[in-house]
Each structure stands twice: as C-alpha cells, then as structure tokens.
Design a binder for this molecule. Structure first.
Ligand SMILES: Cc1ncc(COP(=O)(O)O)c(C=O)c1O
Length: 445
C-alpha cells in the first residue's frame, strides 16, 4: 500500500465494485479510481515528459503504437505516462470521466473540429452523407475531400447517395454524419431513422451531439456508431476552454449495439492515430475540463429548462389568439422561432413520437429567432443586458449572436441564442425589454 506525504496509507478505491451511479454522481466520482494522492481537487500536472523507472530491470522498450495492457474503459495507471502527446494525467482523467458520463470509451482532442478531423482520418470513407449544420465541420470535410477526392452527398436526399453512371454508391465503411440537434436552429432529427439508412448499406452512423449531451440524449441507444462533441460547449460550460470528444459504441448487441463490431481495435487505432495527428488537449485544458464536469448535470438541466421556458413563452407570444400588450410588442419584430420543443411534423419522419423517446429529459439549450428585418437582427443583441453578443454556446453565460457575423450560410434576419444558467425570469425580462427597444427604434427602412 502506497504511503502518502502526510503519512496516511493510501487506500485505492476497489475497482471491482462498480455500482450504477446516476449522471450527477458520475460527474463527481467517475474518476475516483485514479485518486492516487489525498487531494480532493485533482492536481494540475504540467510536465510534458515523464521519468522511466529507475530500476533498469523494469525497462521495457515501447513503440508509440503499442496497445496497453488494459481495457479502453479502465483508467491509465499513474505511472504509465511517457510523453504528453501520447497520454498525460489531466487529460486521461478527463477522458475517464467523460467515458463514464457518455457511457462509452472516449478520447479528447484540441477542439471539436480536431475531433471531426480525427474521425474522418480514422474512418477514411469514400462517400460521406452530411446535412446542414455547423459550417466548420463542412470546412473540415472539404479539406478531407481535397486529400482523398471523396464524394459528399446530401444527407436528406437518399437518391443522391449513389451515382450509377459514375459507378459509386454510399456503402460499406462509408459515413452518414448527422448533427442533432442542429446548429443554429436547435431542431432535432430522428437518430434511429438515419442509423437504419446507414446500416442497411453497411455504412457507419456518426453523430455530432454537441447541442444535446447527456442526459438530454444518448445516440448510442438509437444506433450511433461514433459520437462526437465540441467539448468546448456544454462539457466545458464556462466559455474558457477548447475541447473535442470522440466516443465509440461499445455495446456489442442489443440496445444500440452491433453484431461483430470490433470496437476495441477501432478505439486503439484512434489512440494511435492521435499520437501522430498530435491533436491532444493541453494539461491546463484537461484540468479545466474535469473542474467543469463536476457541475455538468446541474448546468445542462438548468440551461435546457431555461431554454424551453423561453422558447414556449416566445411561441405563445406569436401564436396566442388573445395577445397581451407585451405579446404585441414581441410580435412587432419577431417573425419566427425554431427549437426542438416546438418543432413540427415537417421535419422527417412525420411521426413525432421518436422525439420524446430520444430526448426524454429535455431539449438542447440553443434556439434561433428570426426578426422581421435584417436591421432588427443586427440591432437586437446590442439591446440586451444579460446576453453577451458573442459566438459559441454552452456556457453558463447566456449568449446571442447575429449569426451572419460568423456564418454566411444563414439568413441575415437570424439570431442564435445560447441560453445560460441565469434566472429564467430575468432572462425573459431582458428579452422583453430588448423587443421594446426594437419597437421604439422603428423599422428604419
Ligand atoms: C455542432 C458543432 N460541432 C462542432 C463544433 C466545433 O467545435 P470547436 O469550436 O470546439 O472546434 C461546433 C462549434 O461551434 C458546433 O457548434
């Protein structure tokens, strides 16, 4: 038994007893198995290199691609680190914790886009079906296309997934990539529907679940093979770190699992590929990530509830048959809003029962609102006091963005709102006074 600096013997937790903890508990205790010191808050390790054993008889030369003698879901032992482009204590701890939260082995990357890049390199598809969504992912895919000449087809038009004339079709080993809920509208899509489409062709379903991390949805239950997140958003949660996450489906059969799926080999391949891509998070970011995840469940549920309350309120302002004075003020400038909580049957497939099934605990905390004119959309963020006018999302601070500032694929009338963890009454009051200021401004056309 190891002796601690304070003289207390260190009793490592017993890894053979793994009770099924809830998300709130896992976020705080999922990394207990690597508590090797008496610190309650984990230490920040800054070293990029780690000493080999001092006993020459324990020196066994390693290759960067050697698969360690442990399961992907087990913690990396404290004395296993060699060089921080391979593994390092703070990022390994973050991966262990995220693995518990996502219920699948996962790896972290410098950013969400670095994770998507690593996913494409790992799967090297010849055909990728992708829909609308975060424009940055399309940017990464176009770089990949430049290198590989892959075909990019429309996710929502299955007819475009093959071209008999040119002799290609989306099939074995290719990728169907779905972002849900989608940026910037917050509308959700039926994961199972796209899993079935992909799997019947031997293709893989990858999900960008950034907008709705657990407990809002679990794409693996509905057939996803890989799940990616921009951890910069809800996992980080404080607008102060960049992070990307890739998780792999380790459910062999039954609930969301697949027959003959060698996820362990795939996982270790991704580990090896990351060694050479070099897109590992820094130790400070890894440490910040763990710190953030302690309050993850509180934040995500509060933000999701706040968002739904605001969306339902604005929807009521737009649709009520007996509008109040305030409703009339909102109606003067607001043309429409979009979000999963109020999405209609026009999104495929038309039966909406899947939505409650796939998002039983609430929807993503981002929605979009369209003003009647581009001028109103450009002015609205500056009228608000509690919403920062900034890009990104997921932090405890509410944000609003006139989306044309960073995405030229959207209408000039659109503002994207990332709802934070403030008091929802205060947020509604702030939005209402913002609409009053727009009304006072006149249409100025
Ligand atoms: C849905 C989605 N995926 C991926 C990303 C990219 O994440 P990152 O900025 O961490 O690279 C973003 C960023 O906004 C996003 O919204």
């Amino acid at each position: 038994m190891a002796e601690q600096p304070n003289g207390h013997p260190f009793q490592p937790p017993n890894p053979s007893s793994k009770p099924k903890y809830s998300l709130a508990t896992l976020s705080i205790h999922g990394d207990d198995p690597i508590n090797t010191t008496t610190d309650v808050a984990p230490a920040l390790h800054v070293s990029s290199t780690f000493r080999y054993p001092s006993d020459p008889s324990q020196l066994s030369p390693k290759n960067d691609l050697d698969v360690p003698d442990r399961a992907p879901t087990d913690p990396a032992p404290a004395d296993s680190h060699i060089y921080s482009r391979l593994t390092a204590p703070n990022t390994s701890r973050l991966e262990l914790l995220l693995g518990r939260i996502l219920g699948a082995p996962c790896l972290t990357y410098t950013s969400g886009l670095a994770a998507f890049h690593a996913l494409l390199i790992h799967l090297h598809p010849k055909v990728v079906a992708i829909g609308a969504g975060y424009h940055g992912c399309h940017g990464v895919l176009h770089i990949y296309q430049k290198l590989t000449n892959c075909k990019i087809v429309d996710l929502f038009d299955e007819g475009s997934w093959q071209n008999d004339g040119e002799g290609w079709s989306l099939g074995q080993g290719d990728v169907v990539h779905l972002e849900t809920p989608v940026n910037p509208t917050g509308i959700a899509y039926d994961i199972q529907h796209f899993a079935d489409l992909a799997h019947k062709r031997g293709a893989l379903l990858t999900i960008d679940a950034t907008f709705a991390p657990p407990p809002l949805q679990d794409p693996f239950v509905h057939g996803a093979d890989y799940v990616m997140h921009s951890g910069t958003k809800y996992f980080g949660g404080h607008s102060d770190l960049l992070c990307g996450v890739l998780a792999i489906n380790n459910r062999r059969e039954g609930e969301g699992g697949r027959k003959g799926w060698d996820w362990e080999k795939r996982y270790w391949d991704m580990v090896g590929e990351r060694v050479f891509l070099g897109s590992v998070m820094g130790s400070l970011e890894g440490w910040l990530g763990v710190r953030s995840l302690r309050t993850f469940e509180l934040r995500i549920l509060r933000q999701s509830q706040n968002c739904e309350t605001i969306v339902r309120w604005l929807n009521e302002c737009l649709t009520t048959k007996s509008p109040s004075q305030d409703d009339e003020i909102v109606r003067q400038s607001l043309a429409s809003i979009s979000h999963a909580a109020i999405q209609s049957t026009s999104t495929p497939p038309s039966d909406m029962a899947w939505l409650k099934k796939q998002m039983p605990n609430g929807y993503g905390p981002v929605f979009a609102l369209s003003l009647k004119t581009a001028r109103q959309a450009k002015h609205f963020p500056s009228n608000l006091h509690l919403f920062h006018h900034a890009t990104s999302l997921g932090g405890v601070e509410s944000l609003i963005e006139w989306r044309r500032m960073s995405d030229d694929t959207v209408e000039e009338t659109l503002c994207r709102v990332s709802v934070g963890a403030e008091d929802v009454g205060d947020l509604k009051d702030d939005l209402l006074q913002g609409f009053k200021a727009l009304a006072a401004m006149g249409d100025g056309r």
